[in-house]
Design a protein around this ligand. Sequence first.
Ligand code: URA
Length: 238
Amino acid sequence: MSKLSLDRILQSQGFGTRKYCRSLIEDGEVSIAGVVHDNYKASLDTEGLVLHIFDEEWAVREHLYIALNKPANYECSRKPSHHPGVLTLLPEQFTWREVQPVGRLDHDTTGMLLMSDDGPFIHAQSSPKRHVPKVYQATTQDPVTPELVAQLLAGVQLHDEPAPLAALVCEQRGEHRLEIVLEQGKYHQVKRMLAAAGNHCSALHRSAIGQLTLESLGLQEGEWCYLSPEQLALLAPA
Ligand code: URA
């Protein structure tokens, strides 16, 4: 970002139409460092700019990079059909900015979901060529056996896939618990792999993407945070 008029800055941050942003500014709702700025034409440097809008602090960001601890019963789709969408867990300004999930989790899957409004970032992260390991904690209906672990590591054939898909890592974590690390992000992949290996996934949680763990972010279910450049660097391929 660089120098922009105040109304354009507000619009870029998702505060609504230019007309509405101008009215907010003219109504004296926008201040910077304790000084009300009511001239929407004022040209400001956006680098490190912090606004106060309706008395709330708003650090201007060119793009949004967010991690959400997704609860169950939320859909990743922009047009959810049976459950509320994950966007309802974020400030409404993010919807204006067209924030989208980076890849999807099923409505009943919990855990780490990345979201952004940066198209090239979303595209790069979701590319099948980018082998970023995703770590899942799966609860199985039937007890975990050494044969199940061996099968998932050797690869299982899924319908519509040209070749068997294997887990990068698969470790038993309890009688009905598995940690599975996958490099691909195929539709319902964990659930379909478990089904193909003769078991059933009764609950699924994503605990990490690359080297970035949900635990390190300290998010409760339904909470989100901005990701720093250092945290984004942990999303690199294996
Ligand atoms: N695999 C699944 O089956 N579901 C998810 O939500 C993610 C990975």
